[in-house]
Design a protein around this ligand. Structure first.
Ligand SMILES: NC(=O)c1ccc[n+]([C@@H]2O[C@H](COP(=O)([O-])OP(=O)(O)OC[C@H]3O[C@@H](n4cnc5c(N)ncnc54)[C@H](OP(=O)(O)O)[C@@H]3O)[C@@H](O)[C@H]2O)c1
Length: 244
């Protein structure tokens, strides 16, 4: 049975940008399925706070997106529970440096698994339900998909693939499913970033400041709700960083 509430699945939803996207879609009236891999406590806390605002509007699901079997099981359980899927946000991502000369197969598989393989198999598993609801997919890419981030060749190449996948799936899933991407610049630093390196990055951004998770979430909401004639596009949300 398909309920009245539109349902969005957000991967890597427990913290940081994923949590902001989830909260923004929830405020817009979506029921949100919050995917996590390891951050159960954060996912549970977010679901509890969203359900306190609107009962029966947020759920948590666990999966390691490296595994296609886990992806398919997660989508199967979601459709069985909600009877529909309107929006898929491919946000989950592994991110760490991999210097050429020292990259091993496990790192390649993890970075490509979370940033490219999982978005493909999630989209494939979600497509039949999205087709029924004229739904959409938003992939969270990176400005370094177009010009590789030094010392991050595997991550950058995986994100370049995700950019290509956005265009490919936009054609493959048309006319009933739109597929777009948001490309963040400097939004939230990794936990190990130093103040000096933060200042150096900000100096090179034309708008001279760091972005906020809400800048990404509002752009995602635009693509989901107000972009009925847009598919296969990427919007950079980067303060102009990609220009320099
Ligand atoms: N932060 C930025 O400034 C920035 C800049 C450019 C692009 N982006 C992109 O924006 C998105 C969100 O960025 P973020 O910094 O908020 O992300 P993040 O905190 O680095 O990661 C988001 C989540 O991805 C999940 N994840 C990683 N590998 C996974 C796997 N194999 N299976 C399942 N889940 C996995 C983790 O979930 P658990 O914690 O539950 O394990 C993690 O919390 C990412 O796609 C990122 O590439 C961010």
């Amino acid at each position: 049975m398909s309920g009245h509430q539109k349902i969005a699945l957000i991967t890597g939803a427990s913290r940081r940008i994923g949590a902001e996207i989830s909260t923004t879609l929830h405020q817009a009236g979506y029921g949100v399925v919050l995917h996590y891999r390891q951050s159960k406590a954060c996912a549970d806390t977010l679901a509890t706070s969203l359900n306190a605002k609107r009962a029966g509007s947020a759920w948590v699901v666990q999966a390691d997106l490296q595994s296609v079997a886990e992806i398919n099981a997660m989508l199967g359980a979601l459709i069985a529970r909600h009877g529909r899927l309107d929006v898929l946000i491919n946000n989950a991502s592994s991110f760490y440096p991999t210097s050429v000369g020292k990259v091993d197969e496990e790192q390649w598989d993890e970075l490509f698994g979370s940033n490219l393989k999982a978005p493909f198999f999630l989209s494939q598993a979600a497509a039949p339900a999205l087709q029924k609801k004229q739904g959409c997919i938003v992939n969270i890419v990176d400005i370094y998909a177009k010009r590789s981030l030094p010392d991050y060749p595997v991550y950058s190449t995986a994100k370049a693939g995700l950019l290509a996948l956005t265009e490919t799936l936009a054609k493959e899933l048309a006319p009933n499913v739109r597929v777009n991407a948001v490309s963040p610049g400097a939004i939230l630093w990794p936990d190990n970033k130093t103040i000096e390196s933060v200042d150096a990055v900000i100096k090179r951004i034309p708008l001279q400041r760091q972005g906020q998770a809400s800048d990404i979430a509002e752009t995602v909401l635009f693509l989901v709700q107000q972009a009925a004639y847009i598919t296969g596009q990427v919007i950079a949300v980067d303060g102009g960083k990609g220009l320099v």
